[in-house]
Design a protein around this ligand. Sequence first.
Ligand code: GAR
Length: 202
Amino acid sequence: MKKIAVFASGNGSNFQSLVDAEKAGRLVGHIQVLISDKPDAYVNVRAKKENVPVFSFEPKQYTSKADYETVIVEILKEMEIELIVLAGYMRLIGPTLLKSFPYKIINLHPSLLPAFPGLNAIGQAIEYGVKFTGVTVHFVDEGMDTGPIITQRTVAVTGDDDVDTLSEKIHQVEHQLLPETVNLILANKISINKRRVLINEN
Ligand code: GAR
């Protein structure tokens, strides 16, 4: 089984959807470890309940991003991780991790990129008044939500939506799209031509 590391900072419902997919035999890979930059986040509790090993760290206890990313790279290489999934990891990935895992890091983002990158994408969409938003899974590069797009799915915004109701709709879509996208990658159904990601369903 190909080994996956999930990075998360918060509630971890997407971490849970990956674990649940694996338990149901619907994931091509195995969730080997959770990397968390928030020791108090609920995702840590979920991982313990599911017997997924956790590496939890506080960035401010390191002198630089390169320092903690070096520690993480050592852990991931030791575990022979083949794919890193950012599932609500609210931190930019630095060159140390990027260089060690080229095209092996994917990010889940709650908008149709390139619209509404960065923080509070759902609030930005409500504020702007779009009728459709959605979910994107993309490869991570050095920018903020700028890497090649792998998969996207739309979500309609209705007049009475607020951040909470739209967030709920987006999460439901994410819980499907993220495991599906992981499966496409780990089953080698993805190829990249410049920044266009092609999916070969056969
Ligand atoms: C998800 O909606 C994900 O798209 C978003 O954080 C949420 C985490 O939810 N990620 C970002 O905004 C990254 N910029 P979860 O903790 O319930 O999985």
